[in-house]
Design a protein around this ligand. Structure first.
Ligand code: SAM
Length: 224
C-alpha cells in the first residue's frame, strides 16, 4: 500500500480533498493511506511557536527549524523508508515523471510551508525540494494535495479501465491528450468531428494521434 504523511500547520486543509472522488476511493480500497501531522505539536515552548522574525530584517515570518525538523524526524521514525519532500517555489518542478517516481517509492512525506517559508537549514533534513510551478501559493498544502492526487491516480488498481491513466497527457513525455467530445453531436453550432462518428476505429486512432501531436507541438511553439 502507498503511504503518505503530510506535515502541515493546517492539516484540516486535506480533509475535503481526501474525502471525495479518486483519493477517497483509493483510501477506502486500502490502496493508499494518508496521515496528517500537525507541525505545531512538535514545538516544545510554552506558546507552541512555529515561526519567528527573519534575521537581517524584512517583512514576514520564517518557519523555525526545531519543530519542523522534529516533525520530519517523527515522520521518518513512523515510516523509515519514507521519502521526504519539501514544497517550495525554489524546488525542482513537479512533473508526471516525478509522480511515477513517487509511485515506485511507495512512501512519501510532504512538508508544507507557510509564511515566508522555511529556515534554510531545514533543507538539510529533507530528501528533495519540489515546486508546483513558477508562482507563489499561500502555503504548501495546495501544492502537496496536487502532488498526492497525481500520485494516487497512478497507483495500480485505483483507476478503473474506463479512466485509465495510460492514455492521459504526459504518459508519453511531452505529449498531450487528444480532444474529447460527448453528446450532443451539435452544440451551439459546433459539431463533433465527423471522424469520431464514423465508426472507423483505424481512422479514429489516426485522428487522435495527429491531434495529440498537433496540440503538443503548438504548446511547445507557445513556449509554455
Ligand atoms: N517567500 C517564499 C518565496 O518567495 O519563494 C514564498 C513562501 S509561500 C508564501 C509559503 C509556502 O507556500 C512555501 O514555504 C511553500 O511551502 C508553499 N509554496 C508556495 N508556492 C509554492 C510552489 N509554487 N510550489 C510549492 N510550494 C509552494
Amino acid at each position: 500500500m502507498f503511504h503518505a504523511q503530510l506535515l502541515s500547520l493546517f492539516p484540516e486543509f486535506f480533509t475535503s480533498p481526501l474525502a471525495c472522488s479518486i483519493p477517497k476511493r483509493a483510501i477506502a480500497a486500502g490502496l493508499a493511506s494518508v496521515d496528517c501531522m500537525q507541525i505545531r505539536d512538535f514545538a516544545t515552548d510554552k506558546h507552541h511557536k512555529v515561526d519567528d522574525l527573519s534575521y537581517g530584517g524584512g517583512p514576514g515570518m520564517v518557519m523555525k527549524p526545531e519543530p519542523v525538523v522534529a516533525a520530519i524526524t517523527e515522520a521518518r521514525r513512523r515510516d523509515p523508508g519514507t521519502h521526504v519532500v519539501m514544497l517550495t517555489p525554489s524546488g525542482r518542478q513537479f512533473t508526471q515523471k516525478k509522480a511515477l517516481e513517487y509511485v515506485d517509492k511507495g512512501h512519501l512525506t510532504l512538508l508544507c510551508g507557510r509564511y515566508e517559508g522555511f529556515d534554510e537549514r531545514i533543507c538539510d533534513y529533507v530528501d528533495e525540494q519540489l515546486s508546483l510551478g513558477d508562482y507563489v501559493l499561500s502555503g504548501g498544502e495546495p501544492a502537496a494535495m496536487c502532488v498526492l492526487d497525481a500520485v494516487i491516480r497512478l497507483l495500480p488498481g485505483v483507476l478503473g479501465s474506463s479512466e485509465s491513466a495510460v492514455l492521459d497527457s504526459f504518459s508519453e513525455e511531452g505529449i498531450l491528450d487528444w480532444p474529447h467530445y460527448t453528446r450532443p453531436e451539435e452544440f451551439d453550432g459546433k459539431k463533433v468531428p465527423a471522424v469520431l462518428l464514423s465508426g472507423n476505429h483505424g481512422e479514429i486512432e489516426k485522428w487522435r494521434r495527429e491531434q495529440s501531436q498537433l496540440r503538443s507541438r503548438r504548446r511547445r511553439e507557445r513556449g509554455s
